[in-house]
Design a protein around this ligand. Structure first.
Ligand SMILES: Cc1cc2nc3c(=O)[nH]c(=O)nc-3n(C[C@H](O)[C@H](O)[C@H](O)COP(=O)(O)OP(=O)(O)OC[C@H]3O[C@@H](n4cnc5c(N)ncnc54)[C@H](O)[C@@H]3O)c2cc1C
Length: 455
């Protein structure tokens, strides 16, 4: 069968891989010049090298992503730096590390109890909140925000500021007073609360995001090595935006894209919600289509900024990933600091989630205060001078994970038209694993529908 996939992000490429493996003839259309979507490499003219559009980390719990990479013949142990769960602040005042050798969930309990920089009362409060959540089978009060949950479980304010708020913003890209508590609970369940301790491992890519696996998929597609039969072919077209969809007059419900003449048995739309809404609006209305479009229109987005610094000398951080204390009143917007994966060890990446406030500042002022933040919080570690820098702001980095958001499944009311992406009903916030699972599930659902006997 012929399947068109609009969007070459992680959801679209995961759908393409699954559909080709199932024997379909798949055609991917990506409007950008590079594969990867919101997780892609870009050429930085200032740094004169390839960097990511934003620092990403994966978790050991991202099983669908790791399986996909393995299916492409990639060695996932070599592709990432795998770190046992650890939270360590750049100033060294806070350090929580899951000790080796203990099974889940005791590694979390022991890590928390032995943490440096938290009081005994704060440690007890955190453990109490986690065990209440586990007993409640990870179910949160309906429509609660993370802030409401923190108040309900009487979490000390300092613990909220040091641990819960940074974790919430890092995982949901939504501040605690707006973030959906249920989605946060799912993140805690699948990482800290998982049966296997490796689920909470943090995986830092050693390669740029496009090289991590999309390039490999493209190579296999070009060499015809994908798919289970000669008829199963995967074509990947970059710099090819799709602007409209239409049904072929006969035999319905086959679809066509733009002015093209190729007929598709199914189309999977894998863009973000505004792009998907625009494309669906080019189709004739059907029963349920107004509600579907209305639900897509309700998604709001939040930015993430990444500041990459190139230092004049090699410099090694105390750990590949360090926490920064955010203090917006001082212009200290940085939340996490990463060691770059360049061979020369000269690159550092500063991550700023929920970056709307940062974007309102004059660029030079914001940069100067974030660099001051690093100097203050890295203290006496002797960070070398900065040679040059690049600031990338992804304005629609993720959807805002607020309570009550209606996230659709892969099926749409339009015959033959499916959707996939991190914003669909994955049970995850907007993350890579959600995108990969959504793409895989969409392809499986399309395959099942195409194999159904027609009435
Ligand atoms: C800065 C940043 C940091 C992040 N950090 C993390 C992290 O640490 N861990 C994590 O798990 N997640 C992180 N995320 C989220 C993660 O990147 C996303 O969840 C994931 O990439 C979404 O993939 P997707 O395929 O659903 O959508 P997208 O990546 O948005 O892919 C959609 C693709 O469709 C294309 N497209 C849209 N419309 C059309 C059209 N009409 N025609 C052709 N092509 C079209 C777009 O160009 C795009 O390539 C981060 C995101 C950002 C931006």
């Amino acid at each position: 069968m012929q399947i068109a996939i609009v969007g070459g992000g992680w959801a679209g490429l995961s759908a393409a891989h699954t559909a080709a493996q199932m024997g379909h003839n798949v055609h991917v259309f990506e409007s950008a010049g590079t594969l990867g979507g919101r997780a892609r490499s870009v050429h930085s003219p200032t740094l004169n090298t390839a960097i990511d559009n934003g620092q990403h980390i994966l978790l050991g719990a991202y099983t669908a992503t790791l399986e996909l990479m393995q299916a492409l013949g990639l060695n996932t142990e070599q592709s990432f730096i795998r770190l046992p769960l650890s939270l360590r602040s750049a100033d060294g005042n806070l350090h929580m590390r899951a000790p080796a050798g203990l099974p889940a969930p005791f590694h979390i309990v022991a890590g928390l109890l032995s943490a440096r920089g938290l009081t005994w009362g704060e440690k007890q409060a955190a453990l109490r909140a986690m065990s209440q959540l586990r007993r409640a089978n990870w179910k949160m009060p309906r429509a609660a925000t993370v802030q409401e949950w923190l108040a309900l479980t009487r979490q000390p304010l300092r613990l909220q500021r040091l641990i819960w708020a940074p974790l919430c913003v890092a995982t949901l890209n939504t501040p605690v007073n707006q973030a959906c508590a249920q989605l946060f609970a799912y993140v805690l369940r699948d990482s800290l609360g998982a049966a296997s301790r490796s689920a909470s491992d943090m995986l830092i890519p050693r390669h740029t995001l496009t090289e991590l696996w999309p390039t490999r998929l493209a190579e296999l597609a070009r060499s015809g090595a994908l798919g289970t039969s000669p008829a199963a072919r995967l074509r990947l077209c970059t710099s090819t935006p799709v602007r409209s969809l239409r049904y072929a007059a006969q035999p319905s419900p086959r679809l066509m894209l733009d002015e093209g003449t190729e007929l598709y048995d199914a189309v999977i739309l894998c863009g973000n919600t505004p792009s998907t809404e625009r494309l669906l609006a080019t189709l004739p209305p059907v029963q349920g289509s107004d509600t579907f479009l209305h639900d897509l229109g309700a998604f709001k987005h939040a930015p993430i900024a990444t500041l990459t610094l190139e230092l004049t000398e090699p410099f090694t951080l105390a750990a590949p990933m360090l926490m920064l204390h955010e203090d917006r009143t001082r212009g200290h917007y940085g939340q996490w600091l990463f060691q770059g994966q360049d061979n020369g060890r000269r690159l550092l990446h500063v991550v700023i989630s929920d970056a709307a406030t940062l974007m309102q500042q004059p660029r030079e002022t914001a940069l100067a205060s974030m660099i001051e933040q690093l100097r203050v919080q890295l203290g006496g570690t002797g960070m070398p001078a900065i040679r040059r820098h690049a600031l990338i702001v992804e304005k629609r980095a993720t959807f805002l994970a607020i309570p009550g958001l209606k996230r659709p499944g892969n099926r749409t009311p339009w015959p033959g038209v499916w959707v996939a992406g991190d914003w669909t009903d994955t049970g995850y916030p907007a993350v890579l694993e959600g995108a990969v699972r959504s793409g895989r599930n969409a392809a499986r659902a399309v395959d099942a529908a195409l194999n159904e006997p027609r009435a």
